[in-house]
Design a protein. Sequence first.
Length: 736
Amino acid sequence: MKKNCIISITLFCIIFCFGTVKGQKEIYLDVNQSIDKRIESALSKMTMEEKVAMCHAQSKFSSKGVPRLGIPEVWTDDGPHGIREEVFWDEWSGAKWTNDSCTAFPALTCLAATFDPEMALLYGKSIGEEARYRNKTVLLGPGVNIYRTPLNGRNFEYMGEDPYLSSRMVVPYIRGVQLNGVAACVKHFALNNQEKWRMHINVNLSDRALHEIYLPAFKAAVEEGQVWSIMGSYNQLRGEHCCHNDFLLNKILKTDWKFDGVVISDWGGVHDADQAANNGLDLEMGTSTDGLTSKGKLAYSEYYLANSFLKGLKSGKYDEKQLNEKVSRILRMIFRTSMNPDRPYGRFVSPEHSDAARRIAEGGIVLLKNENQFFPIPVGKFKSIAVIGENATKSLTIGGGSSSLKVGYEVSPLQGLINKYGKEHILYSKGYASTRTSSAQEIKTKLNEDSLIRSAVETALHADVVLFIGGLNKNRNQDCEGGDRKNMNLPFGQDKLIEALLKVNKNVAIILLSGNAVSMPWVNRVPSIVQAWYLGSEAGNAIANVFAGDITPSGKLPFSFPVKLEDNAAQSFGTISYPGDSISEYYKEDILVGYRWFDTKKIKPQFPFGFGLSYTNFEYGKGTTDKYIYSENEMVKLSFLLKNNGKVKGAEVAQVYISDEKSSVVRPVKELKAFSKVILEPGESRQVVFNLPVKDWAFFNDKTQHWNIEPGKFTIKLGSSSADIHQTLSVYVTSK
Ligand code: BGC
């Protein structure tokens, strides 16, 4: 492999630097030519075999270039929270390099919880620099599948339940990555909303739900983010696997959205030769080869887009136009990335990246409950702080599937708290135990549950306050790829432990590290609850800064927390709606996902979408719109004064929802249409202005296949969460 690499890099350098082959200027190497001309020139020099070789993997994570022409290989890597370690050529296992330990950035649920597109840009730029330094062409992320059920094992890799929020966050992430000459690969297109039966489950839903809920973040990634690659999903949509789904790839993605990048299959997501050739797939990765060969180099030539494709092209079964179309897209991506002489060099595990990881983590921590100002706990306030729970010390950057990382360092919550408050003030007890990362949740620890609880209770008994740090982890059937959670409960006897702690000490704060909602039977008996996600390398520092009050929490929930699983929309319609009957499933809740469901059905969630407390408080002044009557093509200018009324600096996420008061179709009670994160010093006020395009208030009409606005009254709801609406304003929309 190394030899191949060196030859192709050397050839690339020679050809690239001199810009000539056989003494003549080559158009495909001339960066002053348009990309289309360069593609045409490169294609004209390639044999059919060389072109086909570019359409499928040559190793676990790479595909061939054309060494003869100085066109480099494509190297992909996961994503989305850090740059995965190098693996062996044909294995998933780590190759034990000594220079590939990365910075772990917070999970994307945390990024979404910042409600801050600037943080998404910082995230993308920083992770893109790490990818570039490691010489990757493609970063396999970000993921924007919608949070449809709290059981989905991969929710932590995505950006929550709201299409508008995930759209606003995905665009700057992509821009940041691609600034480095590395292609982002937005995934998993589309409807990979559960891990159970993910390789085949056939999703059925209305066009309306598809366009209003499940596609907008992908559309924004393509049209606004100009993403250079996209990954198909494992599941099927209406009977066709999404990695070669004509409707999704050829019609929606490539025709309607005019995507000009590469469609990459998910690893093992390709199942049919004709569909792989015809239905919009460009680059096939990770296929297991029907048992023909399971290992070794030969396996790659058995891919659907390898030998059989070549044979089909030669016999006239497939049109060479299709091959050229695939290769054009791959070449375009290569010209934008590894053949862009101006791309920067990147950097790896730098202090800037630690700083970025910490700031994003701090901005995404959500304070859910804070009675009697439990937090902040200033340094020196208490003599003894008991920290209880396995997640205070467990590495949460490893496990979880393909997003698992080998990190340069990871500051655990316990370490962060010790650094902040001093060793002498922190007492630690594990309290509960899971098993090795990656093992199934059912596998029990060998440690004795009762003695773990006894010793935790003993620790809590003598402490001024107790910080319980638990939640889920990245083991199978928790927040982990390849399987869903079995229920919404906290695993490993944590509820029992919390009850035992509360018996001896009322001052127990619950800190949940997870990418999913959990049930909270103790919710009314604990003074404080914090949702602190998976925070990456800087977890402990971010947590300690927020707890001590150096940073005021400003994160807001990117998905609703139901009281119980059955309250969640997908679960409300029985197994045919989730997880399906093992062959098919029907999204019966249609567009009513997340808060759209809770609001419309008047079900009170445990904690609503968009919710999060602060150490300070904000006053919303009276909002005004610039007029009352608007046409579809106009923008509503909404403004109001926001004031920090408290004693500390803080940031508020002002949220704008709209309701269509009268409609011929079911509309949710509210839909998020704008938000803004505003940082204010104590006593400071700022005029906040939203420009709201009326056309964004349309619904997707299944019958006409168009977006429609029906004239009439709309209500604008301004609030600090989907449930805390401070004021409503009416406007009237005309059809002109
Ligand atoms: C995952 C992808 C990932 C790929 C490569 C697949 O199993 O679904 O998200 O990028 O593996 O690791």
